[in-house]
Design a protein around this ligand. Structure first.
Ligand code: SF4
Length: 229
């Protein structure tokens, strides 16, 4: 709110806030808090900038990605995402806060592709043969060519999206070194499930793995940009 005050005091009239729904463990109270925050921001904007203050809330859906602590987590199910979006639309109705959001079905496609394995190459080709084109364009996207492709190839799409992986499962991207140790990510994941987080690593190093991964680079640039203890 301090930043919001500063922005409006410096003359900006319009503020866009970005949110993500669908995080593992998210509750409806968490989602309702998004609307509360937007309302509080608009109220503060009006206090400073008057009736010209505008707030725009962009809401996207969380998609678990490889090489992150949530690479084992399931993508939120579509009915839950719809109900969370419904809650937000209802809470922001009549407030003059503009809300935009991602189509949950387009997010589902992203969820399949984000944690796909080599079998998805065939699915992508088949979906293209089925007519899938320009899927990132809202007016072009259709989930049906994709569902048909999965069915033709006998592959269950839910395997990629709605499944929680065991932490010791071998993942399709395990052979790629992104710099951070898998055990470090697993510990972050475990902490998140317990509702805990790690304190900032600038105070205490957890040996996440990047120092070893980028050893050569660090030696080539002594002192340059590497602030790890
Ligand atoms: S201080 Fe550096 S090496 Fe240690 S956990 Fe943080 S980013 Fe990783």
């Amino acid at each position: 709110m301090e930043t919001v005050r500063s922005v409006f005091q410096h003359g900006w009239k319009s503020l866009k806030l970005y949110f993500m729904i669908g995080h593992p463990g998210e509750t409806l109270a968490d989602v309702a808090a998004i609307a509360d925050l937007c309302k509080a921001v608009l109220q503060e904007g009006r206090r400073i900038a008057g009736g010209r203050a505008r707030v725009h809330a962009g809401v996207s859906t969380f998609i678990p990605k490889p090489h992150t602590p949530f690479q084992w987590a399931a993508f939120d199910n579509l009915a839950t995402i719809e109900s969370k979006l419904g809650l937000l639309k209802e809470a922001l109705r009549g407030t003059k806060i503009k809300m935009t959001w991602n189509d949950p079905q387009a997010s589902l496609l992203e969820a399949w592709l984000s944690r796909g394995d080599r079998r998805l190459a065939e699915v992508i080709l088949q979906a293209w043969r089925n007519g899938a084109r320009f899927d990132a364009w809202g007016d072009q996207y259709s989930i049906q060519p994709w569902l048909d492709a999965f069915e033709t190839l006998g592959i269950d799409p839910d395997f990629y999206s709605f499944r929680t992986r065991d932490v010791d499962e071998i993942l399709p991207w395990d052979h790629i070194n992104a710099g951070v140790r898998k055990a470090f990510l697993a510990e972050d994941y475990r902490l998140s499930q317990a509702g805990e987080s790690r304190p900032d690593c600038r105070a205490r190093c957890y040996a996440c793995g990047i120092l070893a991964s980028f050893n050569e680079l660090r030696q080539a640039q002594p002192g340059g940009g590497w602030q790890c203890p």
